[in-house]
Design a protein around this ligand. Structure first.
Ligand code: SAM
Ligand code: SF4
Length: 335
């Protein structure tokens, strides 16, 4: 057997996204309810188990690891895990170690992350207005996130800003956000809001804002050049000629990326979701826990899971009315 993971549709799976916690210090309205209940600790993979799990995937050909959550930087001891993953970067087995964060803890961790070999970080930020930021995150403070971004840039980390497009909420900030990112030499990605969880709060904050509109509005102010770049995910990119920035559009609800999908998602409880848009998953934790000294059962379970990766998903926002078609929350699978 080769040390690569190839699914039945001949797609090489070389990108693993790992949610290391379901907890978060924010309560973004599109992601969590205000009174989320979180998993008991014993359900979570320990840091050692996360290491074993990720290392198994890396041995099977995963080249890119994205750490997410919940908020990954609120997981206690998380730097131990990043430091441990650094060995795979050093050996060359892993090409990229990265994370998606709300930025609240970045000022504490930026230097250590850079030292562990992280080069790029995605920071989620939907608005530059203090009051709106507090409304959309419920518990967050904008100034703390800006401080985190400052620290990360000072540590040499390349930052990309991810913003969820919400009609009637950040529509009026499209140009301000673009310029703010340009001034800081940051690329940006817009994400279409997905029908996750129960979407409580969305109605009050804003609504679905199709990215075709975002793009068209940008095109009224900038010269957009289409980039052919594909990352195997649901993003398409343009370059703004005037600023040099790369702007991404993530439309997870469209089907147009499934054929090149190269990724799977591991939850903090060790469940592997083979497709963001489907409930199909493989429970890998038992194979790991029941065999502390033998990785063979885990490797077999991973291979079986990949052999069951579906061809595509059938999310369709137009077919539903804002109620979550998917019952799980983004904080569980990590988006
Ligand atoms: N806490 C980290 C953060 O906010 O960046 C990482 C986890 S968060 C679940 C990952 C990404 O998912 C964030 O960029 C967030 O904006 C996005 N997200 C959460 N719920 C979403 C939804 N319902 N639709 C679209 N994007 C969503
Ligand atoms: Fe937390 Fe990220 Fe979800 Fe916001 S989007 S509640 S920051 S996990």
């Amino acid at each position: 057997m080769t040390n690569t993971l190839v699914d039945p549709f001949q797609r090489a799976v070389n990108y693993l996204r790992v949610s290391v916690t379901d907890r978060c210090d924010f309560r973004c309205v599109y992601c969590m309810t205000e009174n989320m209940s979180f998993l008991p600790k014993k359900e979570l993979l320990s840091l050692e188990e996360l290491d074993r799990m990720c290392s198994a995937f890396i041995n099977l050909g995963v080249k890119k690891l994205r750490i997410t959550g919940g908020e990954p930087l609120v997981r206690r001891g998380i730097m131990t895990f990043f430091d441990a993953m650094a060995r795979h970067l050093e050996s060359g087995a892993l090409q990229e170690l990265t994370l998606t964060t709300n930025g609240s803890q970045l000022s504490r961790f930026a230097k250590d992350l850079a030292a562990a070999g992280v080069k790029r970080v995605n920071v989620s930020l939907d608005t530059l207005n203090d009051e709106k930021f507090a409304r959309v995150t419920r518990w967050g403070r904008l100034s703390q996130v800006i401080k985190g971004i400052d620290a990360a840039q000072a540590a040499g980390l390349r930052i990309k800003i991810n913003a969820v497009a919400l009609r009637g909420f950040n529509e009026d900030e499209l140009l301000d956000l673009t310029k703010w990112c340009a001034d800081r030499d940051m690329d940006m990605t817009w994400i279409e809001v997905m029908p996750m969880g129960d979407m409580e709060g969305i109605e009050r904050i804003g609504q679905f804002w199709p990215l075709g509109d975002v793009r068209a509005q940008l095109g009224e102010h900038y010269t957009l050049s289409e980039l052919s770049e594909r990352t195997g995910g649901p993003a398409r990119y343009v370059r703004l000629e005037e600023t040099g920035q790369k702007i991404g559009f993530i439309t997870p609800l469209s089907h147009n990326f499934c054929e090149s999908c190269n990724r799977v998602r591991l939850t903090c409880t060790g469940e592997l979701y083979m497709c963001l848009g489907q409930e199909d998953r493989a429970a890998l934790r038992d194979a790991l826990r029941e065999n502390p000294d033998d990785n063979a059962p885990l490797v077999a379970a991973i291979r079986t899971a990949i052999a069951n990766k579906p061809k595509g998903h059938d999310f369709d926002y137009s077919r539903q009315d804002g109620d979550g078609q998917m019952s799980r929350h983004m904080s569980h699978t990590g988006g």
